[in-house]
Write a protein that binds this ligand. Structure first.
Ligand code: G
Ligand code: G
Ligand code: G
Ligand code: MN
Ligand code: NA
Length: 253
């Protein structure tokens, strides 16, 4: 497929960039963390959503190359923001083949040195299915990353088939409740019930809870009342280019 070759060229042609979406602390109303989301503008096809090209990269074996570019780009960005006086941390998404990459923690260590970062400024989001694909290999990578000082979140929580008992064996400190349960939480009783019990169960296991897909004030207020620790979604901000984030933070109250 020609799109696979285009994707391999996308890095060297500068067609990829990272968008950043803030996460707000529900208790303090402050933002000090963002999620980094990859974007690709194809020269002739235009914007291609990551749901399409990430899967393509996973199947064609170029995901590690993309992830290496992504991690270097995010670390350089954290360094640049720090120079501008913005002390942020960023969560990155990793795929199944990244979490079994034995070189990942070595690669990250050299990036932290190059950009003078505290490893705690970076955190990892992985889905249950990415981890459970090869749970022993994923476990050793995640333990290494955790020992380096990175925290780890389970992304899209609630859409997989693993139990919290399995997840608790991993060095995980955060659950991101999938947006499918959050989008209509202000009108769907069942969604509210699922989210409430997820928050209660997660908290009783010592996990931080993040809701993604928060699209309106009513949902944000409900989630805060339920004790959700962090909120992420269009109601707070859409993912934005890196150079827009400082201005957005200045205006955010
Ligand atoms: O903005 P949104 O369309 O960004 O992202 C869609 C999906 O693509 C999400 O599930 C997200 O986890 C995934 N995704 C976005 N950026 C990256 C990335 O840099 N690496 C990986 N592995 N997945 C990503
Ligand atoms: O205290 P411990 O390290 O187990 O908690 C880890 C994180 O989980 C804390 O930072 C906190 O944000 C969250 N947490 C644990 N229990 C609760 C709880 O009962 N309510 C809230 N809001 N957060 C909790
Ligand atoms: O990695 P993950 O699957 O969590 O990626 C988050 C996805 O959700 C991205 O595609 C991002 O653009 C999208 N997203 C973020 N906030 C909202 C929101 O409020 N509503 C909807 N529908 N999607 C959102
Ligand atoms: Mn994510
Ligand atoms: Na998600």
């Amino acid at each position: 497929l020609t799109l696979i070759r285009d994707l391999q060229d996308a890095v060297s042609n500068g067609e990829l960039w990272m968008a950043y979406q803030p996460k707000v602390n529900a208790m303090t109303g402050r933002v000090n963390q963002c999620e980094a989301l990859m974007r690709w503008r194809h020269p002739s096809l235009g914007f291609i959503p990551p749901d399409e090209f990430i899967g393509l990269a996973e199947r064609s074996g170029s995901i590690r190359m993309l992830s290496q570019w992504m991690l270097a780009n995010v670390c350089a960005q954290l360094h640049a923001w720090k120079q501008q006086g913005y002390h942020l941390s960023v969560a990155v998404n990793l795929s199944a083949s990244d979490v079994v990459d034995r070189q990942l923690s070595v690669h990250l260590t050299s990036l932290f040195e190059r950009y003078q970062l505290n490893p705690a400024q970076l955190s990892i989001e992985v889905t249950e299915s990415a981890v459970m694909h090869d749970v022993d290999a994923a476990m050793s990578t995640l333990l290494e990353l955790n020992q380096l000082g990175l925290s780890i979140a389970i992304d899209d929580y609630g859409t997989g088939y693993s139990s919290l008992a399995q997840i608790k064996r991993l060095p995980v400190s955060e659950l991101k409740i999938d947006k499918s349960f959050v989008l209509a939480i202000d009108s769907q009783k069942d969604d509210l019930t699922i989210v409430r019990s997820t928050i209660e169960m997660g908290h009783s296991l010592g996990l931080r809870l993040v809701a993604e897909g928060v699209e309106n004030r009513a949902s944000a207020e409900l989630l805060s009342k339920l004790g959700c620790d962090f909120l992420q979604g269009y109601w707070i901000a859409k993912p934005m280019p890196a150079d827009e984030l400082p201005g957005w933070l200045d205006n955010f109250t």
